[in-house]
Design a protein around this ligand. Sequence first.
Ligand SMILES: C=CC1=C(C)c2cc3[nH]c(cc4nc(cc5[nH]c(cc1n2)c(C)c5CCC(=O)O)C(CCC(=O)O)=C4C)c(C)c3C=C
Ligand SMILES: [Fe+2]
Ligand SMILES: [Fe+2]
Length: 360
Amino acid sequence: MKYQGKTDFSHKTPAKVGVLITNLGTPEAPTKPALKRYLKQFLSDPRVVEVPRFVWWFILNGVILNFRPARSAKAYQGVWTDKGSPLLIHTQNQHKAIAEQLVVEFGDKIVVEYAMRYGKPAINETIDKMLAQGVRQLLVLPLYPQYSATTTASTFDAIAQDFTKRRWLPDFKFISHYHDNADYIQAIADKIRAHWDKKGRADKLVFSYHGIPKRYLDNGDPYHCECYKTSRLVADNLALNKDEYITTFQSRFGKEEWLKPYTDHSLQAFPKQGIKSVQVICPGFSADCLETIEEIGEENRDYFIEAGGERFEYIEALNSDPQHIDMLVNLIKTNLANWSGDFTPATETDKFAKEQGATN
Ligand SMILES: C=CC1=C(C)c2cc3[nH]c(cc4nc(cc5[nH]c(cc1n2)c(C)c5CCC(=O)O)C(CCC(=O)O)=C4C)c(C)c3C=C
Ligand SMILES: [Fe+2]
Ligand SMILES: [Fe+2]
């Protein structure tokens, strides 16, 4: 059968609303074979690497997947915990805390799940599980505050791809960004304030975001603007003037130009400009992961200190801070507002079902 459907549908199945939170995904283990599987799926995504497919196939399979997995596995070993990858653990904790709040409010009318764009739990398998529980209205929230085609649109692609195979689609809503959401800005600003209360201020506050190739910005990706807007709104909230903070971009991959200024180059240049202490926050990461713990907290710290910097502090991601969870729950509830009413199937269908002898 071309389209999948339930052949034993019962009109007694209560219709539910589903909330699916997603993030990027992470390897299953910090090992070379697991990294090879993860990187192959991730870097084969045409949203991530916009290079003609046949050219990229040779580069990916001939070069990258022969060298990068070993190097990346080593980096992951440094951040791996007893419970697994930090990104997965934080996402699981976020899911648990969000679900608890929503279930208190909506009871068994709501199903809350999490999935990963790459690796597990996979988006298609999770949607399958949700629809099997009677979800007829599906809200998806990718945990990327700033929209980028490389992340947000790629998540949409995975859902759309799943939907092409289904017979009965749910109502569907997709939150494409929340980079300027007032509660999100407040949560980031309060996180910085809490850090200042403990450690005092530094010469510079650095907002470091994951980069993308500059070509994607030139071709219309709004990510760069959304990062700058987040930084500006947080800086306004903290009453910072322009020379007290900077927006930079980290995690370059490959040889072409990426969004500038680069985080590593900026940190290396600061000590010569008289900036001897920095505090770095990564507002584009809703959860700490390899790119924040290892790349910022270790690699970039070393660059700064080696260049003559004296004090380097990384301010953690919002992870499952209560203020972050409340902010995400509010965002979800706002988007569920006109969905929280009647979930029952259409009357005509019921009438038809009755004529056919159904008992509901
Ligand atoms: C062409 C390559 C990449 C683009 C474009 C890109 C965009 C992008 N990524 C994130 C968030 C994360 N990326 C993470 C890891 C990671 N990213 C790339 C490449 C690109 N990312 C690679 C190859 C890796 C794997 C690690 C490595 O080998 O260096 C992670 C961490 C995942 C984890 O398991 O901890 C996150 C999160 C965003 C937000 C973004 C564009 C906006
Ligand atoms: Fe990335
Ligand atoms: Fe990195």
